[in-house]
Ligand binder design. Sequence first.
Ligand SMILES: CC(=O)SCCNC(=O)CCNC(=O)[C@H](O)C(C)(C)COP(=O)(O)OP(=O)(O)OC[C@H]1O[C@@H](n2cnc3c(N)ncnc32)[C@H](O)[C@@H]1OP(=O)(O)O
Ligand SMILES: O=C([O-])CC(=O)C(=O)O
Length: 372
Amino acid sequence: MSTTKGLENIVATQSAISSIIDDQLSYVGYKIDDLAENSSFEEIIYLLWNQKLPTKSQLDELKADLAKNMTISEAIIDHLRSYDLKRVHPMAALRTAVSLLAIYDDEADEMDEAANKRKAIRIQAKIASIVAAFARIRDGKDPIQPKEDLSYSANFLFMLNGKEPEDIEVEAINKALVLHADHELNASTFTARVCVATLSDIYSGLVAAIGALKGPLHGGANENVMKMLLEIGEEENAIPYIKEKLENKEKIMGMGHRVYRDGDPRAKFLREMSKQLTKRTGQEKWYNMSIKIEDYVKEHKGLPANVDFYSASVYHSLGIEEDLFTPIFAVSRTSGWIAHILEQYADNRLIRPRAEYNGPDLQDYVAIEDRS
Ligand SMILES: CC(=O)SCCNC(=O)CCNC(=O)[C@H](O)C(C)(C)COP(=O)(O)OP(=O)(O)OC[C@H]1O[C@@H](n2cnc3c(N)ncnc32)[C@H](O)[C@@H]1OP(=O)(O)O
Ligand SMILES: O=C([O-])CC(=O)C(=O)O
């Protein structure tokens, strides 16, 4: 047996949802560049779940279904209130709350396709509301009910801030959600597929995926990018700070990628949004600092910025707290996770690789009284 550490370049499944070929990302064959410029997040959800773009009436129906299902029950809200709010990370709160949704869903263990599609809508709708409700509760505020006439992105910002967002804010969140929606067999999506390939339920797959996304080598990097920028503080400190980190063999969050070598095609959109939004708030230093870091790491380590790098200054410019960055990623990626879960169910086989054993040779059992 031979092993490949981290399963690098191992093709573990076939999938018709998204592809990365020659550093080009596409969803169901549509280039991310076209989708980022033209699509609503709801359109992407439809595309990923149905493998085709919706007609106007199909899109309207999905939007209405999502808006209608965004309300979360008092039971969930009471549960969020019961957490140790100063200590609990929003990703832990989200992981737990999604698990709790299953407890209150009579169809949680129904495995037929129609039931799974109904659950998909409910989960996708409620996940944004959970993130917004938790953020408000821990700030000592009451959760806000969604409005049925708002888009998914506008509703998220409305539930978070308690006021209707400006168009530029909605556009920024919409684009971020479009860009983060799916990414082939990334760690959290693979986790979801492994989980449901045992024929476990959709909620279990999502809880597992949220756990994987939380890690700083994956979705958790965006929060750490902002922490790093805040620690650097001023533009002139950026290069000495990064230089020292690299000399100490520390990783720079938001840089590098397992699949992309020349660059992450999503980063340019986030870079541009970061430029516009930091200008709008008069805080261009976060953008300028990010550019310096990106250029330095590219030149000295050959590593490109990934999707997490500029999303940090984008969300910060929208007034969003750092520890909500990864939950927002989860809100978007839920659409991709669900698409992959449904694809896995449709043609399932248990995912069970092998490990090459490198422990001690066979040895005789020693009774406890004879052990030293
Ligand atoms: C949505 C996403 O999940 S995108 C990724 C988000 N994660 C991050 O931004 C965290 C920072 N980046 C990383 O840790 C990595 O680049 C990963 C996890 C994304 C990819 O990792 P891998 O493909 O396993 O690369 P690996 O960690 O083995 O790195 C290879 C070499 O590049 C170096 N390297 C990789 N990323 C970085 C980085 N961000 N900063 C500094 N050095 C790095 C490693 O130290 C290693 O160097 P070495 O060969 O001298 O030991
Ligand atoms: O594909 C990966 O390894 C990580 C990533 O960029 C994503 O999940 O969006």
